[in-house]
Design a protein around this ligand. Structure first.
Ligand SMILES: [Zn+2]
Length: 166
């Protein structure tokens, strides 16, 4: 696997069957990790239709991880009834660090990114204009353009912490 793409589901706090088809891993409100229908390795070959379709134009070799939240989100001042929780966000970051270790993935803007960042870099794909993740309810002072680097810094911190505990 070459990269991790991080999403929010724009749904409620627990994964639905449909959402499980779309992502490899989903994090619920309480920080519990749910496995999706497909394994990351199913995305090594995206020609057969049996893979997680999480990122239009970017599914091949990509792990898709989704935070179950953000239904009803309109903008930073109208965030809906399902804001990402602290527990959920931190659990997602820690799990991304574990995946980076397991799959030997660097933590850089081209290897660990949000769906939003992927869309910015690939404007000709259906990922263009995606807003996950442009706002972090637990850290509302992080600007839209800084969410990606904030996330990578968090994941790096968890990676060091995990490795330090070994
Ligand atoms: Zn997405």
């Amino acid at each position: 696997m070459k990269r991790i793409i991080i999403h929010w589901t724009a749904g409620c706090y627990f994964p639905t069957t449909h959402e499980k088809n779309s992502y490899h891993f989903l994090i619920d409100k309480n920080g519990k990790i749910h496995n999706g229908k497909y394994k990351p390795e199913d995305n090594l070959n995206c020609t057969k239709g049996t893979y997680a379709m999480h990122t239009g134009g970017g599914n091949t070799d990509s792990i898709g991880i989704a935070i179950c939240a953000m239904a009803g989100f309109k903008n930073r001042t109208n965030i809906g009834e399902y804001p990402i929780t602290v527990k959920q966000f931190e659990a997602a970051m820690k799990y991304c660090a574990e995946l980076c270790i397991k799959y030997n993935i660097d933590i850089s803007p081209t290897t660990v990114m949000t769906h939003y960042e992927f869309g910015l870099k690939h404007p000709a794909t259906t990922s263009a204009g995606k807003i996950d993740i442009t706002f972090l309810p637990p850290y509302p002072w992080v600007t839209q353009k800084d969410v990606g680097s904030f996330i990578r810094t968090k994941i790096k911190w968890y990676k060091l912490k995990i490795q330090g505990e070994k």
